[in-house]
Write a protein of this length. Structure first.
Ligand SMILES: O=P([O-])([O-])O[C@@H]1[C@H](O)[C@H](O)[C@@H](O)[C@H](O)[C@H]1O
Ligand SMILES: [Mg+2]
Ligand SMILES: [Mg+2]
Length: 280
């Protein structure tokens, strides 16, 4: 049977590549930096321009589809995930990297129907790596199949995490306490790419055993989650239950063993959900 979402996925790949060109060009120019929720939550005109480019081109081709876009939500639109086909867009994942020319920046596009992610596309613009996954059909990087690491020993593992843009001292204490616990297991190392989407693609590629973070948003991880699971990995909440993409927290790992081991060391906390009715 033909795959009914194949043309949407092809479109996502084409538009992510185009968006990546815009990002690469913008890196050559001066970047005017603005802030959103705090002085360290950055946004540029390129984030906004790329999001509009993606939304406009999808609207032309799929006029009934819905959107959750990082910059549209920042501008006051609702973050509602219904059963309708919905494109979940992070136009630049790694805006702080982009601002500083730190060379990991991604365009992330997830596509959800009936609350299930059907495909995910993460384009790592500066590495020119196109990560894709279609539900039930595997994950790929530039067309080559991806497979998570088979390392089950946490002491032989590299773990990725991020500090995010939360500077609330209580939250920062918990973030550092989790990091300390994990480092002292001890693990081989801890890494931060500066983008949730690329961290997840590193899990899918087998370069790091796990990635966890509290503070992400649905657009950071919608595409990456499918890429991880289709590469054979697992997703979990930081307290060990089922992952909830609206809950702002995630563990993505090569295996249940590594995910559960990390969960034991994380000092969890909660943030307002992305779909909280009072948030916007
Ligand atoms: O704002 P943005 O650059 O799209 O996304 C951020 C990046 O993925 C960062 O690595 C992560 O720590 C934050 O939690 C995200 O919000
Ligand atoms: Mg992001
Ligand atoms: Mg972004």
């Amino acid at each position: 049977m033909a795959d009914i979402w194949q043309s949407a996925m092809d479109h996502a790949v084409a538009i992510a590549r185009k968006a990546g060109e815009v990002v690469r060009e913008a890196l050559r120019d001066d970047r005017k930096v603005m802030t959103k929720s705090s002085s360290v939550d950055l946004v540029t005109q390129t984030d906004q321009r790329v999001e509009q480019l993606i939304i406009q081109s999808v609207k032309e081709k799929f006029p009934t589809h819905k959107f959750i876009g990082e910059e549209s939500v920042a501008a006051g639109e609702a973050c509602d995930l219904t059963d309708s086909p919905t494109w979940i867009i992070d136009p630049i994942d790694g805006t702080t990297n982009f601002v500083h020319s730190f060379p990991f920046v991604a365009v992330s596009i997830g596509f959800s129907v009936n609350n299930q992610t059907e495909f995910g596309v993460v384009y790592s613009c500066l590495e020119d790596k196109m990560f894709t996954a279609r539900r039930g059909k595997g994950a790929f990087c530039n067309g080559e199949p991806l497979q998570v690491s088979d390392q089950e020993d946490i002491k032989q593992s590299i773990i990725a995490t991020e500090f995010g843009s939360n500077r609330d001292p209580e939250a920062v204490d918990k973030i550092f306490s989790s990091l300390r616990n994990i480092l002292c297991i001890p693990v081989h190392g801890v890494r931060s790419a500066g983008t949730a989407a690329i961290n997840m693609c590193l899990v899918a590629s087998g370069c790091v055993e796990a990635y966890y973070e509290i503070g992400i948003h649905v657009w950071d991880v919608a595409a990456g989650s499918l890429i991880v699971s289709e590469a054979g990995g697992v997703l979990m909440d930081v307290e060990g239950g089922e992952v909830d993409l609206m809950s702002r927290r995630i563990v993505a790992a090569n295996s249940r063993t590594i995910a559960e081991r990390i969960v034991k060391e994380i000092e969890s906390f909660s943030l307002p959900r992305d779909d909280a009715p009072t948030k916007h």
